[in-house]
Design a binder for this molecule. Sequence first.
Ligand code: LER
Ligand code: MN
Length: 272
Amino acid sequence: MKSAITISLVAEARGGPFVFWDDLTTGFAAAARHGFDAVEIFAPAANAVPIGLTRQLMERHSQKVAALGTGAGWLKHKLRLTDPDPAVRARAREFIYGIVNLGGYLGAPAIIGSMQGRWEGAVSREQALDWLAEELQALSERAAAHGQVLLYEPLNRYETNLFNRNADAVEFVTARGLKHVKLLCDLYHMNIEEQNPAESLRETGALIGHVHFADSNRRAIGLGHTDIGPIAAALRDSEFAGYLSAEILPLPDAETAAAQTMVSFRKLVPAT
Ligand code: LER
Ligand code: MN
């Protein structure tokens, strides 16, 4: 398993669960200084991430890009893949295509979290799930053309009513034949929704594509009450070789959150 830490370039996300902010140059340097393998970037749009500079920073600091968030499409523009308005769904898809293509250049998968939306009003659950499946199919085919998967993230009940638990999302992804979609398992959402987070990860098995490494209170692992031992054992037994990525609040401050994450990560994955 590999380590990653978040950098947000989205002013509107201030107060959200991201450790480093506003600037890729300082964010990459900080990630490297703390010993991370990779950064996860939350950008306002695909064209806000300069490919040349990002590749230079990756090279200079021996960092990979673990994943790219797409949630700014919702946060900034109120776009979502299950919106009743077909024009909004089309703009949501275009926004995400841009980030999937950026991921092609940077060797990173895109994340569908907040952009999944929710079913409500005139949109039935069945209709929303049909739209979601259709969009995940198209977007994940584009990802596959770049040699990437697409990461679908179940969120807690306060953020979506589509899928809150891994098992339900696994069933959906499997039943709809979404071969290039894997799950992003966020330990913060799982702490709210799963009866037994470690068991849930074991059941998700080979479909675990990425992990948001957050404690129960969305602080660094070790600063809340999540029992990480059984979770790490489940990930190991599932032969998960992807990223444990700190999508966490920068509390008490970014430096301490990053340092604490690395201390916790090293207990699970000793330095070689
Ligand atoms: C995104 O990764 C996520 O976890 C959501 O809660 C949106 O912040
Ligand atoms: Mn998350």
